[in-house]
Design a protein around this ligand. Structure first.
Ligand code: CP
Length: 337
């Protein structure tokens, strides 16, 4: 059975803690280059756009001595069909089953980014596309952001907070706040951010308008982690009040379960909450808190310039950790630790 990385909640605490340690190790290393993964290769398949994940994963592999190649699916590749038992008489020339089986014979690991449909709730909740990919693979698969999870971002976020707080994150107040965005976005990052903070033993508040409360599976997992740590977990529909005394304000736009009722309905709900934006006034209510965002971020829509250009952010540290965390992930899936 290959060592896939689908999401952290599927892996034990020892592995999670070891990978945070390894991310910190790579961050502190004076020489970023090694040959620990020499003569290995990874193929990175992107069904959606990326700046950070693509470049940091390529570089992580290369800095460990491995080869990485990236495929932007549909741009210079065949289009892929996903349905089982379908009649492939449309535009898609290749089935995902053959494509992944063939690439498994070339590469020692595969990474895949395949976002939520935002039209089929069960398909997204059950990670149908990611699981179809994983089932066809005979080598380890790294989830580079799926319908529900972004484990590479999650490990980077954990390591960035550990670095910023000198390892002392337990019982610090972490607020994940929904923000307005002109487009309906997936829920992978907020799901993973909430689970990460809870697993670190932080006091977690989810701040969002009621229609944007995350899926019950995520809330149950987060509450379970909070319970294990004797930490608090709460939900608030008041963005500013929720940020009172916060150590971290993690901003993210997402479409929420409402999107599955219909894109127009969700857009109307979203438009009524344009004022959900991280401002200087909100940050002033924190306990000298730090602003986080996975990026890309829309300035003066999700967060004001006054916050993003000020001293209270660690969003670039988060982004930097993508490189270090993904080295740890490659070491894990290839059993190099
Ligand atoms: N945060 C993140 O995954 O960035 P990209 O979408 O640019 O890869």
């Amino acid at each position: 059975m290959p060592r896939h990385l689908i999401d952290w909640h599927l892996l034990d605490d020892a592995t999670w803690e070891r990978l945070i340690e390894r991310s910190l190790h790579h961050y502190r290393a004076t020489d970023r280059w090694s040959t620990v993964a020499a003569k290995r290769s990874i193929g990175l398949l992107f069904f959606n756009s990326s700046l950070r994940t693509r470049t940091s994963m390529e570089l992580a592999a290369v800095q460990l001595g491995a080869h990485a190649s990236t495929l932007n699916i549909g741009q210079g590749t065949w289009g892929f069909a996903w349905e089982k038992g379908g009649v492939m008489d449309g535009n898609e020339a290749e089935h995902i089953d053959e494509a992944v089986a063939v690439l498994s014979r070339y590469y020692d690991a595969l990474g895949v980014r395949v976002f939520a449909s935002l039209t089929d709730r069960e398909k997204d909740r059950d990670e149908t596309l990611l699981n179809t990919f994983v089932d066809a693979a005979t080598v380890p698969v790294i989830n580079l952001e799926s319908a529900f999870y972004h484990p590479c971002q999650a490990l980077s976020d954990a390591a960035a907070m550990m670095t910023h707080f000198g390892g002392k994150v337990r019982r610090r107040k972490f607020v994940l706040t929904w923000c307005y965005h002109p487009r309906a976005l997936p829920m992978a990052v907020p799901n993973s951010a909430l689970l990460t903070a809870a697993r670190l033993g932080m006091d977690v508040t989810l701040a969002c308008p009621p229609p944007y409360v995350l899926d019950s599976r995520i809330l149950d997992l987060a509450e379970g982690y909070a319970h294990q740590h004797g930490a608090q977990f709460s939900i608030s529909d008041d963005q500013s009040a929720a940020c009172e005394g916060a150590d971290i304000v993690y901003a993210k736009a997402w479409s929420g379960p409402a999107v599955y009722a219909g894109a127009d309905e969700e857009a109307a709900i979203r438009a009524a909450h344009r004022d959900w934006r991280v401002t200087r006034a909100i940050m002033d209510r924190t306990a000298n808190g730090r602003f986080m965002h996975c990026l890309p971020v829309r300035r003066n829509v999700v967060v004001d310039d006054a916050v993003l250009d000020g001293p209270s952010t660690i969003h670039l540290l988060q982004a930097e950790f993508r490189l270090h965390a993904q080295k740890a992930i490659l070491e894990h899936i290839w059993d190099l630790l």
